[in-house]
Each structure stands twice: as structure tokens, then as C-alpha cells.
Design a protein around this ligand. Structure first.
Ligand SMILES: [Zn+2]
Length: 431
């Protein structure tokens, strides 16, 4: 049979193949490793996987890539990012280093509201231009698909602008972007003391923004012509002390669910308000952060099929040590997912390999569990497990070639980039 490309002689080929659904428990340690592995790619898809002997025996390709000595694996899927924003918060970072707390900085008008001011002031073109280099860096570190949240607009016009920026970047950039509406990221200053009124406003924004795809195409012309889907696929709420209550989160998420949006929730990052339980009750796609989640809540998530998106880069970014208990989530059979949470306040990190390094040390996850969490499980958390996240026949050819001799080096080493070559939909986009 004919193929466009064969990648062969990989020291280790990680297929991460699984029967159906995300990996849980002991299955997270099974990466479907093929020694001396090979992959045949035709157009955008994987058409053959196996040992080098098997694949070279079965396929003839116009192009061959010798992966001797290297690890070949699926591209990372980053399921939780705030990568679209304007400006930076380096001043605030220095204040924190000098001893100010996150909440003190918020009270002084810093934190999320500082990025909201910068993002509101930026034009659509500026927002796109400032974000593109961050996506380039993510791609260079092996991220081939990423979820992106709004939440720095916090009014209809600026949340819309963020969603259009996501659609425009998705159309321009090799990384596939999956849009999440996070109008309930913070109560904006103009609604101070009137959180319930802002919640009502967010609920009004939902149908306008979720279904505005065609309208957006009219506004920005060619730039989003390739995105003929809804402007937002998921809705998310920051449910925590200093943000939104469980009752407010429930109202927003129920309204989103009625519109057919998938649900995600920022839960238990600082205080346990019961947000993980809410995620289980509503059948959310994911609950994220989960630093202070109890075991009984983990079991409720496992029963409801809610995946745990753990974000160790944020705990590290805040200079804290109270990491989420990744081991406990694996033990309780919750499908665990890892994300970067890239954002200008607490975690400006474009590198999923660094997140894996943190997960192994502080979340007590094995290198194999961390890899499954950042690929196949992350794809499932975004409703894309059927065609992303593993190297199986029929799946999209999003493939990494790593400059390491053994997959465990991904979590073992840190601070350098092990990703040498990136293929997105069968096309070489890095290296
Ligand atoms: Zn977040």
C-alpha cells in the first residue's frame, strides 16, 4: 500500500492505544510501547502502526524519516489554557516575590482585572499578534491541540472579541484551538458588590456568543472563514473563594448545558466550596485545578465520568508547594489529565514537557501516567478522543519525535526542550 510518509526505526514508539474512553487507574501506565516502531502516514491520517519490519513490509512511501535512537509519540493536547491575553504582569510577579499575596494583589486592582484592562484596550489584531508567538512556543514544545478560554473581556463586546481572536488564530496557526467561554472568570470592577447581577449578564451573553459564528465571519471577513462552528464549544466558571459561588456556578453552567455547550469548571484551587461535587452533579466534561478536593468527591467524579484536569504549573508559578494529589485521583479511578494553564498571572508556561516534570515530582504520577494524561486523556476531556491523542490507524497524524532515548526522560529532564520534530495533520511544522 502507498503512504506519503513512513517514520521508522523509533527506539520507542508510544501508541497510547486504548479500547475506548480515557485511561484510568492501572491502564494509565500502559503506553502501548512498540520497540523499533514505525508509523505510516497518508495525507492527514495514520494508516499503519507497528514494528519497522511490519510497516516497511506493508507500505511504500514517497518519504521516509529515520527515527533511530528517538522516541515517537502523539502530540500533546493542552486542555486548559488562557493563552489569549494582552500585556503582562511582570510587576505583579515581582511584588509577589517580595512577599505580597495573590489576594492582596487582587484587592489592589491587580490580578485578573489588570489583564482584563489590557485585553479590553487591545484591538483584535493586537490580541492576535500578541498571542501568536506564545502558540509558536507551545508548538515547538510539542502541543498540537489546545483549549483556549476567554475571560479577560468580561463584557459582551470584549468576550466576543476574544472568541473571534481564538477563531482567527485557529484558522492561521498549526495548533488546533478549542474555544471555551469563561465570562465567569472574575466579577469585573464595574459590578463590584453586585456579583449576582453579573451572573445574570453572563447568562445573557451565553446564547449570543455561542451562536455568533456566522456573525463573527461577517465582522472579520476572511480571517475566520475556516471556522464554521460555534464560537464557543465549552463554558467554564471560576468557582472559588474571591470568584463565584457554587450557586452562581450552577446557574451559569445549567444555562450553558441547555444551549448544548460542554461544561468545565475551575474547582478547588484555593478553597473547597463543593465545586468538584457540582461538576459530578452536572456531568461536566472536566473539573480543573482540584488542589483541595476530598477523596469522596474524587469518587463522585469517577462515577460521573468527570475527568480531573490537574495544573501543577500554577502551583509552581505561585511559588507554592500544595500540589494537587495526582496519585489519589489515579487511585480513585478518575481519568487524570494534565494541562499548562498558561496565563499571565500565575503560570506563563508554554512547555508541556515541563508540566510532566512537575507532575512526576509533585503529583506523584509516573512518567507513563503523565504522558497518557497529556495526550489521550486530554483529548477525551475535549471530546476529541476518537481522532486525537494516540497513534492508531485512522487517527489524525499529530506526531512528535523526541530527542531522548527513553520516554521517561520526558519527565526526568526539565528546563530543556526534548521535542525535535512536530507533525501536525501529517505535515512537518517544527524541525
Ligand atoms: Zn484556568
Amino acid at each position: 500500500m502507498k503512504a506519503d510518509l513512513i517514520i521508522h526505526s523509533a527506539r520507542q514508539l508510544l501508541t497510547i492505544a486504548a479500547p475506548a474512553g480515557p485511561k484510568r487507574g492501572a491502564a494509565m501506565n500502559d503506553l502501548g510501547l512498540v520497540a523499533d516502531g514505525a508509523l505510516a502516514i497518508d495525507d492527514e491520517r495514520i494508516v499503519g502502526v507497528g514494528t519497522t519490519r511490519e510497516v516497511l513490509g506493508q507500505f511504500q512511501a514517497r518519504q521516509k524519516l529515520d527515527a533511530s535512537g528517538h522516541v515517537v509519540m502523539p502530540g500533546f493536547v493542552d486542555p486548559h489554557t488562557h493563552v489569549i491575553f494582552a500585556g503582562d504582569r511582570a510587576d505583579e510577579f515581582e511584588r509577589r516575590v517580595r512577599g505580597a499575596t495573590y489576594r492582596e494583589i487582587m484587592a489592589a486592582g491587580g490580578g485578573i482585572m489588570s489583564t482584563v484592562r489590557a485585553t479590553r484596550a487591545a484591538s483584535l489584531d493586537q490580541l492576535v499578534a500578541e498571542t501568536r508567538p506564545r502558540l509558536d512556543a507551545m508548538l515547538a514544545h510539542g502541543t498540537t491541540t489546545a483549549e483556549v478560554k476567554t475571560g479577560y473581556g468580561l463584557d459582551t463586546a470584549n468576550e466576543f472579541k476574544m472568541l473571534v481572536a481564538i477563531a482567527a488564530l485557529d484558522a492561521q496557526h498549526p495548533i488546533d484551538l478549542i474555544p471555551t467561554f469563561l465570562g465567569a472568570h472574575a466579577v469585573p470592577t464595574e459590578y463590584a458588590g453586585r456579583a449576582d447581577e453579573y451572573v445574570a449578564q453572563v447568562i445573557q451573553m451565553l446564547p449570543q456568543l455561542a451562536d455568533a459564528g456566522n456573525f463573527a465571519m461577517g465582522v472579520v471577513g476572511r480571517r475566520v472563514e475556516s471556522s464554521r462552528r460555534r464560537l464557543a464549544e465549552f463554558a467554564d466558571v471560576f468557582c472559588d473563594e474571591g470568584a463565584f459561588t457554587v450557586e452562581q456556578a450552577r446557574k451559569i453552567l445549567l444555562a450553558a448545558k441547555q444551549l448544548g455547550l460542554g461544561l468545565r469548571i475551575h474547582a478547588d484551587e484555593f478553597a473547597n466550596l463543593g465545586a468538584a461535587t457540582l461538576a459530578a452533579e452536572l456531568g461536566a466534561a472536566s473539573a480543573d485545578h482540584l488542589v483541595v478536593t476530598r477523596r469522596d468527591e474524587m469518587r463522585a467524579m469517577a462515577r460521573a465520568g468527570v475527568v480531573a484536569v490537574l495544573l501543577p504549573g500554577t502551583t509552581f508559578g505561585l511559588g507554592q508547594t500544595n500540589f494537587a494529589d495526582g496519585r489519589a485521583f489515579v487511585e480513585e479511578n478518575v481519568p487524570v489529565v494534565l494541562g499548562s494553564d498558561i496565563n499571565p498571572g500565575t503560570a506563563w508556561c508554554e512547555s508541556m514537557p515541563f508540566i510532566l516534570a512537575l507532575a512526576a515530582r509533585y503529583l506523584k504520577m509516573t512518567p507513563a501516567e503523565a504522558i497518557a494524561a497529556a495526550t489521550l486523556n486530554a483529548a477525551h476531556s475535549l471530546g476529541r478522543g476518537s481522532y486525537l491523542g494516540s497513534l492508531e490507524v485512522g487517527k489524525q497524524a499529530d506526531v512528535l519525535l523526541l530527542d531522548v532515548p527513553d520516554y521517561r526522560h520526558l519527565a526526568y529532564r526539565f528546563g530543556s526542550n526534548p521535542v525535535k520534530v512536530v507533525f501536525k495533520k501529517g505535515k512537518r511544522v517544527v524541525g
